[in-house]
Design a binder for this molecule. Sequence first.
Ligand SMILES: NC(=O)c1ccc[n+]([C@@H]2O[C@H](COP(=O)([O-])OP(=O)(O)OC[C@H]3O[C@@H](n4cnc5c(N)ncnc54)[C@H](O)[C@@H]3O)[C@@H](O)[C@H]2O)c1
Ligand SMILES: [Zn+2]
Length: 340
Amino acid sequence: MTVHQVKVALGERSYSVLVGHGAINQIDNFVPKLAKRALVVTQKNIPIQPTLKIESTTVFIGDTEEHKSLTTIEMLAQKFAEFGLTRNDVVIGVGGGMVTDVAGFAAASWHRGTSVVHVATSLVGMVDASVGGKTGVNIASGKNLVGAFWQPLGVICDLDALETLTQREMRCGLGEVAKYHFLTGDDLLALEMPARIARCVEIKANIVSADERESGGRALLNYGHTLAHALERSSNFMMAHGEAVAVGMIFAAHVAHSMKRISQARVDEHYRVIGETYGLKVKPDEIINRRELIGLMHLDKKAVSGLTFVLDGPSGIEVVSGVSEMHLEQAFDAMRLNEK
Ligand SMILES: NC(=O)c1ccc[n+]([C@@H]2O[C@H](COP(=O)([O-])OP(=O)(O)OC[C@H]3O[C@@H](n4cnc5c(N)ncnc54)[C@H](O)[C@@H]3O)[C@@H](O)[C@H]2O)c1
Ligand SMILES: [Zn+2]
């Protein structure tokens, strides 16, 4: 079985991402030579677990975002201490993005930095969360507000895990896959699933290599995310992230068209790729409140002056600030949404 290998080039912090069926069997490649112990962080319903040559133990964390918390980090640190985990040992996060964000942050702070390896088991985890070194947890004031950049020693995307993923979780990942389609203009559809996921990882890896700490190009990964974050919040998170990103990219295409940055044909391509190819919804089921969404978009953390959007244009996708409300209104009109 082919296992694709993608390199994340970050100087001495470079690492590989292995993508393929059964890739988890290659985990030993990523366990540091000096490590005597491995502590696996995972959840009860994760279908695959690594078999390790060194002494190991498994700690289960709760499911859902509310467990992506400092309480969970403290619990893990206590388990690390009881297990006698040293700086030479390794933490292994096995799960979706929630698990790898938590395991990564726990490892980043344990003894001020202990090695971590990620085994991504959800599509979001594979094409997005496990690669790039952003780790962290939520607090009452917001998502991912406490965290650290902490690159893993390696990442494994074992496609066998996807068999048990729910349709909804799958759609969440497809929203991000569709995003990569627009970021590069690559014909991702021509690729078989393993190669397609590997190509998505490569696109993310290239963006991260060029801008590890998001001082520039890494912000492009937020394509579709400005409206998406507002939709998630206004729906009380009933709308899943990837579904919201799909609608957010349609909206961004209309905004770009209204600003005369792209043609109607390019807007149509967004509908085709997102709606037909990836089978994602191109507008929310629910009635929306335009004023509320615009208000929430103003709160988006990227907003430095006026509204900042990631928009398609003649020279590709780029960060555009100072987007006027008139263009947002025109985009909402063009989407013909059911409104309050
Ligand atoms: N660090 C980053 O760069 C980055 C990027 C994107 C998202 N994220 C974070 O990732 C999280 C979202 O990731 P997610 O969508 O994977 O959510 P998740 O980790 O919460 O997983 C969703 C659900 O699927 C289950 N699951 C995971 N793999 C499974 C499998 N193979 N079979 C059956 N069930 C499985 C999980 O237990 C969970 O119930 C959020 O916390 C988000 O903030 C981080
Ligand atoms: Zn996203």
